[in-house]
Design a protein around this ligand. Structure first.
Ligand code: BGC
Length: 444
């Protein structure tokens, strides 16, 4: 499972263009008003990316296929399945008040219809551990990976998918909902099958072909007509998958609400800050209409809208423009643009007038000074958006620690903390102190 968003961003990265942007050094975060009392300041992880040894998950199977698009295997990851108390201590020590993590569906329902009380107890202990430390637990019911049996059943392309997801949500909520602070159903479902849209002109063809070959190998291995993972690049019928995922989100939300009506439930969407390079906004508008609008519509009766932003995308009449010549770049060669978060939030709210929760924002940089610069700069823009009247109630940084970045393996560094891959020792980076101080002051 590639990180589709990074693929989309890097496709044109690093090429010179005339877009103006200020130099990195000049971009100190301007002063701004404090954030509202009770604002949520958090860090995020996802189960598959940090727990390790999720042997019943679709990506584990794909990592072991031949051919496989995964550059390395997840293995022990950050060993958070065992070390979650240390993770929670870390969040607390950084000065944050919120931890976003996900449930691994394949641990909870390793075989169709067979639920594991022991695994549910594991997540229950994590939720209680958050509460014991004064942290708000924000729980993602499904962050990309699905059980192998679900993928072998055609994944989200199966008409059974929404019902299967809702049953899992119901069972998990019955065990866990009582002490969850906020729940999201799916993570970035709006990008599934969208590679050909977001990378126009056939530029995603190679990736698509590799993913298709890997999925075909998995289908052969499991003796099924289609093995569709939870976050595929190649999707046979993206419209059917989108419809099923939207139905799944709604049914999942209802299932959670049936257990605890007052638990706020939403969905997290991947959103660029899409801009039009000139007066012609058609291409920009068409991207927004395809990539976000069906989901912003689907989320319009949710309790909040989860926005996840990493990039801006500047569209000409026909295509995405490359990064400006003087852009600050991440490791993938894409522009780091601090105002992109506020732009994405503004668009989300314009189409879905629900309270906004920034459930992810971050960047892949080996040079942590770039992250330390990005966080206050982006938050200053976010604070300004709130002055415009957009109700944002929390900001969660991706990620608490360096982790398994899907098909790119362990190379990308999104963490506020590094992880020694042999001892699993976590070490906060300087950007964590910058972020923690903002959280502590509740102001930039
Ligand atoms: C995903 C994470 C991923 C992060 C950085 C988000 O799209 O939710 O799983 O690691 O971005 O690429």
């Amino acid at each position: 499972m590639p990180d589709r968003r990074q693929l989309l961003a890097s496709a044109l990265a690093g090429v010179a263009s005339g877009l103006a942007r200020p130099a990195f050094a000049q971009l100190a975060a301007p002063a701004s008003a404090p954030f509202p009392k009770g604002f949520l300041w958090g860090a995020a992880t996802a189960a598959y990316q940090v727990e390790g040894n999720n042997v019943n998950s679709d990506v584990w199977a794909l990592e072991h296929m031949a051919p496989s698009s995964f550059s390395e295997r997840s293995g022990d990851a950050a060993n958070s399945f065992a070390l979650w108390p240390e993770d929670l201590d870390l969040v607390k020590r950084l000065g944050l008040n919120t931890y976003r993590f996900s449930l691994e569906w394949a641990r909870i329902e390793p075989a169709r219809g067979q639920f594991s009380v022991a695994m549910l107890d594991h997540y229950k202990a994590m939720i209680a551990g958050c509460r014991a430390r004064g942290l708000h637990p924000v729980v993602t019911f499904n962050h990309f990976t699905t059980p192998i049996w679900f993928a072998a059943n055609g994944g989200w392309s199966s008409p059974e998918a929404p019902g299967l997801f809702a049953r899992y949500c119901r069972r998990a909520a019955e065990h866990l909902a009582e002490h969850i602070a906020y729940a999201t159903t799916l993570n970035e479902p709006n990008l599934v099958g969208m590679l050909e849209v977001a990378l126009p002109g056939g530029r995603g063809a190679k990736l698509m072909a590799a993913d298709k070959a890997m999925a075909a190998a998995a289908a052969r291995a499991y003796g099924v007509p289609l093995f569709l993972s939870g976050n595929p690049v190649y999707v046979p019928d993206r419209f059917a998958v989108q419809a099923n995922m939207i139905a799944g989100h709604k049914a999942g939300r209802e299932a959670i609400k049936a257990v605890r009506a007052d638990l706020p439930v939403g969905v997290s969407l991947a959103m660029n800050d899409d801009q039009a390079a000139g007066a012609d906004t058609d291409m920009r508008d068409s991207m927004r209409a395809q990539l976000y609008d069906p989901w912003l519509e689907a989320a319009s009766s949710d309790d909040f809208i989860g926005v996840q932003n990493y990039y801006r995308a500047v569209w000409s009449k026909t295509d995405k423009l490359p990064a400006p010549k003087d852009a600050v770049l991440n490791e993938g060669g894409s522009e780091i643009y601090p105002a992109s978060l506020s732009g994405a939030v503004r668009y989300a709210y314009s189409k879905c007038a629900r309270p906004v929760f920034v459930t992810e924002h971050g960047t892949d940089v080996a040079d942590d000074t770039k992250r330390a610069w990005l966080i206050p700069a982006a938050l200053a823009h976010l604070r300004r958006v709130m002055d415009e009247g957009i109700p944002v109630f929390g900001y969660i940084h991706w990620s608490l620690c360096d982790n398994y970045e899907w098909f790119q393996g362990y190379k990308p560094k999104y963490g506020l903390c590094s992880v020694d891959r042999t001892t699993f020792a976590r070490t906060p980076k300087p950007s964590a102190a910058v972020f923690g101080a903002i959280a502590g002051r509740n102001a930039i």
